[in-house]
Design a protein around this ligand. Sequence first.
Ligand SMILES: Nc1nc2c(ncn2[C@@H]2O[C@H](COP(=O)(O)OP(=O)(O)OP(=O)(O)O)[C@@H](O)[C@H]2O)c(=O)[nH]1
Length: 553
Amino acid sequence: MSISAKTTALILLMGLLLSVSAFFIQRNVIYPAFHDIEVDYARNNIDRVVRRLEAQRETIDFTVYDWSAWNDTYSFIQSGDPEYIESNLYPDTFLNFGFDVALFLDLDGQPVWGRVFDFPPEGGYVDLSESYLEAAVAAIAGFRQRIDTEAYIDDQSTSGIVEVDGIPVLFAMRPIVKSDGSGPHQGYVVFGQFLDEELISKLSEQIVLEFSIDPVPDTGVPASADTYTLEIIDRSTLSASKIYSIEGTPGLRATAILPREITELGKEITFYGVALLVFLCALLAVALLALFRWMVVKPIMGLKADISSISNAMDYSLRASIKNNDEIGALSREFNSMLGMIESNNTELLRLNAELTSKHQKVLEIQSELQSANAELKRVSEHDPLTGLSNRLALEKKLKQAWEILSRTGDPLTVMLVDIDHFKRYNDRYGHQAGDDALKQVAAILESAVQRKSDMAARYGGEEFLLVLPGTDVDAATEIAASIRERIIAAGIEHDSNPVEPYLTISIGVSTVVPHSDLTMEDLVSAADKALYKVKESGRNSFGYEPVETTAQ
Ligand SMILES: Nc1nc2c(ncn2[C@@H]2O[C@H](COP(=O)(O)OP(=O)(O)OP(=O)(O)O)[C@@H](O)[C@H]2O)c(=O)[nH]1
């Protein structure tokens, strides 16, 4: 797997991890945070509804307070004077003060005066007293028990919600006292307001929030101030409810249907956040990869191409180009330094090789000279310097070798001892130099007379020569000896002091034997010598044969 592929995989993995992390962070942290904000928002809104209802109750209570601590009301409740009603409590008074129900109760809770009006939106009013007054008194009168008559009477009041013919009525009740707040109290003033659709709609407009109310039966269990009910209706709406309690008694459940804009916003932010992150990760991955390829892969591939071309060309004087001052640049420098070392080693190697070749050449020359010298030494050591024939040393080696070979093959070995007749006289007559020349001439004739490769003509000593003829029997030897004598005569070398003939003559002693262990080489040569002696005795210029006799014989 290439570095590029590994890096791509790593970056993609990191991008994936980042995106997954972002997704889970958005889902488990940000989205729940939005949800909490939405819940707070819902609670705040339903609290606004409850506060608005409470404000409405306070308004009623404030109005009740005005009317209950008024000397005219105090007198009215005692006297029942209709003048008070006619002067103050006509329908418009209801409308102006914002109540629908007005009750003046005596200390026993019996109505001294009471009216129930409805004010339709189209104007005017409807007197509902006949239908609802009795029910309203029955529902409300009992609340006077909540007023503590032993306490400072001017501070006493009570409020509540009752249902009159299925419609909740928000009311306030206070004891009737004198204008200065003193008592004893003489009954109770109650003003109430129908919490009908019209009023709820009006209140909704005021707080810019639609809500609805439902009566809550008094179970006797006080509702907690923090009792909220939140229900998700669908993706875009939720319902928030809270019990509106008065003096600890649950009265109404206020419910608002709220848009889930915050959650939707959270979802959108989560979605777009993750999408943006994924996009940025992809962008970053592409950018990082491009950067990586440009900064790392490209220089490495460049270095690889340089190395390949240098390696293929095997030219270590070339250098890799250094384009960056970073780790890859350092690598290129190291490579170049290594090339320098290789080049220097190569040069040294070539120099050493040339030196070695030259030395080898010299050794070969010396070897050749040595061989020549050896050959010359051998030649000199085995040849006679005057005649060029083999000398005694070579002769003895030859004889020994031929003796050993022929003793195995059973072939005959002939030796001929050749001696120049009266050579002393020749020297005396012609001089020693002429003697040397004559020796050379005789040697040349002897050399040409032995034809086989295995034959040898050697200078035996002085004017004596010995011919060694392996494989030559007596007959052939006799022929050769005769031929040699004739060739010497034919040479016609003047020797006028020779008593035999006026030219140079020779005498030859021949002996032939099949070598065997009972004889020695010396026996053979001795026989030839004996034959020569006999020839010399019998007048010279001839040849003679003498068989071999063992030393023992
Ligand atoms: N010029 C020359 N003479 C040599 C050489 N070697 C030996 N001689 C001579 O050869 C002569 C041999 O003489 P002798 O041994 O008496 O024999 P000869 O005179 O040949 O008599 P016969 O052999 O009996 O016929 C001597 O005078 C030697 O000096 C040589 O290398 N050069």
